[in-house]
Write a protein that binds this ligand. Structure first.
Ligand code: SF4
Ligand code: SF4
Length: 445
């Protein structure tokens, strides 16, 4: 049978064998956590605690009045030693609450079995999700209660759980699907109830046959949930490509969103967090992270407290092996390079990747040879070579006319380019220059 997929894309080596199949471990409690006040798309939070204050695990330490935001909770119990600017995985310094552990790991409110979530109303469920500080755990970190509140005129008829994990090296979602299968399915049922939608899908690439089998078994008899095996191709897990593969629908260009074609996508990790939040009242204080790469001695899948430092986790995994070439948050395609390992795990951290010198792509960037390989690879049907040239020459009107804002920065073009053109870097530069110019124009009005 022909497997479902999208047009374009690439087949990078997966490197998943480094951590695949490794059970989720929980390292010892961190002595200190640094919890940034900006961990999601939308308004950053304001601190609700001050230096010297004692806090317990799960207590709200920061929040915002804005709708597009989510509260932040203490991930350990202890004393707030500072509220100060701190290195953030985005590369900036961002205000963070620093907590020193009292080593008691006491809950503010112990999670316990509450009312059956499927008996609660949509509004009650969304309130619980907001209170638990849940954001999209696939990396985008968009507040979940907002994503589950589309405007009334949008006719949502499909919820898709994203279990694709197409980024090379990462295996956290895969392992979670094996260890928490039932909970993820229950999370999807809760989302279906919230949205009043009849049909849910779980999309998984066929290179995870054990996860596909487990999900099919867990959904047997549930006629409203379909588990879909997808072709192994990057970026199959990108929202638009996942919708195309499963529903055959095209999301319109920006500002078009999945809800414009009746779909809402949630990561499997988010579904699990939703289940825990509404069933037990557990806030998002930890997440599953893959720590991997040939620069790491013992790659692992770990359950980590938000705010734990990368350096501490790298040490727990045996430390650096040989000469580390680069440390990234996330995978090699869309991950963020880190200038220091003194950055904390945030809600959007799916992986810590330590690439060895040998794993790093090398070679100077040369002139484009017009081979067209980037065009064939682009899942958004753009002409990456032209976008790169326009941005390089500051031809921003031309870049906009060539649909630069449709680019999802997946890096497929860079992967195939024989001239090592830094196309994503150029596109990012072009996008920010265009947005800055627009902002300036608006301010003048
Ligand atoms: S142009 Fe953008 S969307 Fe297209 S392949 Fe390159 S990074 Fe991906
Ligand atoms: S793949 Fe590289 S060399 Fe080939 S057309 Fe695209 S930018 Fe030019």
């Amino acid at each position: 049978m022909k497997l479902k997929t999208f047009l374009g894309g690439i087949h990078p080596p997966s490197h998943k064998n480094l951590s695949a199949g490794k059970k989720i471990e929980e390292p010892p409690l961190p002595k200190t956590v640094c919890i940034p006040l900006a961990q999601h798309i939308g308004a950053p939070c304001e601190a609700r605690v001050e230096k010297g204050q004692k806090v317990k695990k799960g207590e709200v330490i920061a929040d915002s009045q804005a709708f597009v935001s989510a509260p932040i909770h203490a991930s350990i119990s202890g004393t707030v030693t500072a509220v100060q600017d701190y290195p953030h995985p985005s590369g900036k310094k961002i205000k963070a609450v620093i907590i020193e552990s009292d080593e008691k790991d006491e809950w503010f409110r112990e999670p316990k079995n509450g009312q059956d979530p499927l008996q609660l109303s949509s509004e009650e469920l969304k309130k619980k999700i907001r209170e638990a500080g849940i954001v999209g755990l696939g990396g985008a970190a968009f507040p979940t209660h907002v994503k589950l509140s589309p405007p009334k005129e949008k006719n949502i008829d499909a919820i898709i759980l994203n279990g694709v994990e197409c980024e090379p090296y990462l295996t956290a979602d895969h392992q979670l699907m094996l260890e928490k299968t039932e909970a993820i399915v229950k999370g999807l049922q809760i989302i279906l109830r919230i949205m009043g939608v009849q049909k849910g899908y779980i999309g998984i690439e066929v290179n995870k046959p054990d996860a596909l089998k487990a999900m099919k078994k867990a959904t047997k008899g549930l006629s409203n949930i379909e588990v879909v095996g997808l072709k192994v191709k990057y970026p199959q897990g990108a929202e638009k490509q996942l919708i195309k593969a499963i529903l055959g629908r095209e999301v319109p260009p920006p500002p078009g969103l999945p809800m414009d074609v009746g779909a809402v996508i949630q990561n499997v990790g988010t579904a699990y967090a939703i289940y825990e939040a509404v069933t037990f009242g557990k806030p998002l204080i930890e997440r599953i992270v893959t720590v991997t790469g040939r620069g790491i001695k013992e790659p692992k899948n770990l359950r980590l407290r938000i705010g734990t430092l990368f350096s501490e986790i790298i040490n727990y995994c045996g430390g650096i092996q040989g000469e580390a070439g680069k440390v990234l948050m996330g995978g090699p395609m869309m991950g963020l390079a880190q200038y220091t390992a003194q950055v904390p795990i945030i809600k959007g951290t799916s992986g810590i990747l330590v690439l060895s010198k040998e794993e790093l792509a090398s070679g100077e960037s040369k002139h484009c040879i017009n081979c067209g390989m980037c065009v064939r690879a682009c899942p958004m049907h753009l002409i990456p070579s032209s976008l790169g040239t326009y941005c390089e020459k500051d031809l921003f009107e031309e870049a906009e006319a060539a649909h630069i804002f449709n680019c999802i920065e997946c890096g497929s073009c860079v992967f195939v380019c024989p001239a090592n053109r830094h196309l994503v870097q150029m596109v990012k530069y072009g996008k920010s220059a265009i947005l800055a110019a627009k902002k300036q124009q608006q301010q003048k009005k």
